[in-house]
Write a protein that binds this ligand. Sequence first.
Ligand SMILES: O=C(O)CCC(=O)c1ccccc1C(=O)O
Ligand SMILES: [Mg+2]
Length: 372
Amino acid sequence: MRIERVVLRQLAMKMKSPFTTSFGTQLMREFIVVEVVDEDGTVGWGESVALLNPWYNEETMKTNWHMLEDFIIPALLGVHLEHPDEVTERLQFIRKNNMAKSAFEGAVWDIFAKQQGQYLGQTLGGTKSEISVGISIGIQKDASMLIRMIGEYLETGYKRIKLKIKPGQDVEVVRGVRQVFPDVPLMVDANSSYQLRDLDHLRRLDEFNLMMIEQPLSHDDLVDHAKIQARLETPICLDESIHSAEDARKAIELGSCRIINLKIGRVGGLSESLRIHDVCREAGIPLWCGGMLESGIGRAHNIAVTTLANFTLPGDTAASSRYWDQDIIEPEVKLTDGVIQVPTNSGIGFTVDGSTLDRYTVASKSFSASSL
Ligand SMILES: O=C(O)CCC(=O)c1ccccc1C(=O)O
Ligand SMILES: [Mg+2]
C-alpha cells in the first residue's frame, strides 16, 4: 500500500458518568481519530488513547497531535509499505510517544487486513470467536454506591470486577466489597499510587483473594515491584511500567509481576503487542487487554488483539454503552453475559459511522501525498 491521504480529527465525547482514578475525575473524553487512505481508496482507522493530562503516561492529546502532524505523518505520507511492521521501523527515529505512533499504526493494520479480505484478529494470528470481559470501576465516594454498581455490573454479566484504589481508599473498600461478594473475581488497580515503604500495608490486601494488584508502584519501575512481588501472595500485574517486549522480558526475569495488562497504545502499536504476546506466552505469563476509555475504534482494536491465544484473563474492553450514549462505530460493542462476539468483517470488523464521527469532531486536518 501507498499512504495517499491522512485525516486527523479531534473528537470530544461526553461520558455517561464520571471516571475517578487516584489522579482525579474525568467527564469528557477528548482524543484523536486517525483516518489513513491508501492509493486504492481503502480506509483504515486508528485511535490515539492519550488523555488530556499526562497523569497516566507522559503523552497528551495535544502532544499526540503534534507528533502526528509534525513527525509521524511527514515520515509516512506517500510511502509504500509491504507490511504494517514497517510503520514501527520507520518511526524508530522518534523516541517514545507510543500512543501517537500506535494511532497511526493501527490504521495501517486496518488497511492491511482489509487488503487480505480478513478480520484484523485473524491477520494478527488470533483464533478466538468470543472474548470474556470484565469492568473497571472508578473510585467512588460512597461505599453503598460502589456495592450497588458492582451488583449491577455482575447482573449484566461482566466476568470480573476491577476497583481503582489509592492510599486511604483501599483495604477497607475491598473488605466491604468482599463482605457482600465473597467469591466474585475481583482485582484492584492502584495506578502507581504506592511506594516501596507501603509494602506492609499492601500485604493486608493478601487476605481478600484478589486476582491481582495492578501497578501499585511507580509508573516506570520494575525493580521495586520485584521486591514487593516476592513478599506478596497476590500476583502483581504491571500496566504503566511495560512499554515494549524488552520491558516485558526484563519484568519477567526480575520477577516484577506474574501478569501483564497490555494496552496497544502504551506499547506503540499492534506489531509490538504481538512481540509482547509471544514473550509472555513463552514465559507462561498471562495477558489481558487494558482499556483507556476508548471510543469504538479503540475498542475494535482491543477486541482484535484479545483474540490472540495468550490473552487468557478477562480484559477491560467493556460494552460501548458503559461510557457512550452513542458510539462512533456500527454496530456498537455489545455484550451477552460478559462475552463479546468477535466480528468477522474485514479490517477492524466494525464500520465507522461518518455522521456520528462528524457530530463529535471539534477540529480536523487533512494531509495529502499529492500536495507534498
Ligand atoms: O474501562 C476502561 O477503558 C479502563 C479504565 C482504566 O482502568 C483506565 C482508564 C484510564 C487510564 C488508565 C486506566 C488503567 O487501566 O490504569
Ligand atoms: Mg491500570
